[in-house]
Design a protein. Structure first.
Length: 324
């Protein structure tokens, strides 16, 4: 009976979209799993910022889903104006057609669907793992219907070994511990960092290299997890500094920016964080070609568990298409 009801529901929604998509059945697979939920939420909130709170997802992947859906349907769904989403007539037509089906599908999933049967995933983030990527992973798992128990703790080689022996969990870290028996995969997240230089160290629009030597270089959250070899090479080749005075002390952003403004230090911040904070980059240099490596650890003897295998694949896919 369950399969019959689900099949009928699928047919109703699929039939409506057939005239607007060349992919037909393929697009419906995505809509029922994720895109439909995002579309309904945006229609009812009319705001990206509110929808991110409701869905526990950051704005970038949310916007990516809607843009992809518009490309597949070859129709505009929303007009963006002053931070508000105004649904088009086409979007309103879709909403009226699928809302009742969505309510029924949601109730069905809660009662007998895969969400209700999914085992809770134990996911442990290394305490130094960047918060923005952590939120990206949690959002992806939440939308997929996975139940998660999220923890953060200081991770080292011994702890990974203990966790893999005693707990059915995934350990996510930006550091490599070379546990071959429990290492599932490594994924590099492309991006870059901005090197902020005190304004008074600029001469005719270019940094005065002679004054930079010996100036401490502070790391903002996430930047210290990038490939330091590339950053060292940049200092040597571009600035002529062979031994930069890196400081890895945990200093809050306000204190770091204050020291930058006073000409007491330079500051390394991931590009993505700069954009999120709206920082001016007039006196900053872009260090390209650096990537953050994420290592996923999971016990070999339990790797065949379907829920965990699905979660690991989802995490890897999200990170591969992300920029930091």
């Amino acid at each position: 009976m369950q399969k019959k009801v689900t099949a009928i529901l699928f047919l109703h929604i699929k039939t409506f979209f057939q005239d607007y998509s060349e992919k037909k059945g393929d697009i419906m697979d995505f809509l029922i799993n994720k895109k439909l939920k995002i579309f309904i939420t945006l229609m009812e909130t009319g705001s990206f910022s509110i929808a991110t709170s409701v869905l526990y997802i950051t704005r970038t992947p949310l916007s990516r889903v809607i843009s992809g859906l518009e490309r597949e349907l070859k129709q505009r769904l929303f007009i963006r104006k002053n931070g508000t989403l105004i649904p088009t007539e086409f979007a309103q037509t879709i909403y009226r057609k699928v809302k009742s089906h969505y309510i029924f599908l949601h109730a069905l999933e809660q009662e007998i669907g895969p969400t209700g049967k999914t085992k809770q995933l134990e996911i442990i983030f290394d305490e130094i793992y960047p918060e923005s990527l952590k939120n990206l992973i949690i959002s992806a798992l939440t939308i997929s219907g996975q139940k998660t128990n999220i923890m953060g703790r200081a991770v080292n080689s011994q702890i990974i070994e203990e966790l893999c022996q005693t707990n059915n969990c995934i350990v996510i870290s930006a550091r490599n511990y070379f546990h071959r028996e429990s290492l599932v995969c490594r994924t590099s997240v492309e991006g870059g960092v901005m090197l902020f230089i005190p304004k008074k160290f600029f001469l005719c629009g270019k940094p005065d290299i002679n004054r930079l030597a010996g100036t401490p270089v502070l790391f903002h959250e996430g930047a210290k997890n990038f490939n330091l070899d590339t950053i060292y090479h940049f200092f040597e080749q571009t600035l002529g500094i062979t031994n930069p005075a890196f400081s890895f002390d945990n200093v809050d952003l306000f204190s770091s920016l204050y020291r930058l403004q006073q000409g007491l230090a330079m500051l390394l911040i991931p590009v993505r964080v700069c954009r999120a904070l709206g920082l001016s980059t007039d006196h900053a240099l872009h260090i390209k070609g650096v990537a953050l490596c994420t290592s996923l650890y999971y016990p070999t003897k339990k790797r065949e568990t379907p829920d965990y295998r699905k979660a690991i694949k989802l995490i890897q896919q999200e990170l591969k298409q992300s920029t930091f």
